[in-house]
Design a protein around this ligand. Sequence first.
Ligand SMILES: [Zn+2]
Length: 256
Amino acid sequence: MTQQKLTGTERGWWIVSLENQVWLPQGELPSGTANQWSLQGHMALPIGEWLGETVWLIRHRMTSNMSSPRLIADRDAKLFQMVGRGVQLAEFYRSHRYCGYCGHDMQHSQYEWACLCSHCEERYYPQIAPSIIVGIRRDDHILLAQHQRHRNGIHTVLAGFVEVGETLEEAVHREVMEESGVKICNLRYVASQPWPFPNSLMTGFLADYESGEIKVDPVELISADWFRYDKLPLIPPPDTIARRLIEDTVVLCRQQ
Ligand SMILES: [Zn+2]
């Protein structure tokens, strides 16, 4: 949890990040020694491991090749998870230089990813926003929608943020009703995925159709429809939780 000044001989993966962007020379996350990438002299924080090597975070902006982590969202899920952690920690430290209660300077905890107020001793942690994402099956069909936020032709499952004072299950039922007008049943938890745009944790579910006709919320969705499992439109890439929920639903459709 302690930052150290790089001598140049340190090895590993290098996440250089500031303002939700990450350094991706040639579109890849740099690896090797610090010297190889002229990173000696920078302060670096070890934030995890990938393929047996340390993953380092350097909170800095390079003059070129600073990109959105979306650029590598379709790579190895664990690598993307590490980059997401680095980008979010860099943003956390940047947005917590002063205490929100008393305005005094903050210090970084040596023991955990937290900031401590030097005056009132308030402790701040990185904010994680839980969200839900759900694959809905009706006989041998799946509900897929095109989202207003991503106008890329991809059809995917419904998703949304959990509201304060709400359970994950309540959030799923509410989001599905709000966005599509459909009532669901038989809700099952599947898996989760951190999603650093900017600080979400997606919790994935499967559910069955119960009642109602599709009524699209035009603020959130361009369209939504039932698709037969063997006639799917363009869907999200592998290694995303959306894709996994669609594939799990297709398996259930086939068994119909
Ligand atoms: Zn304070």
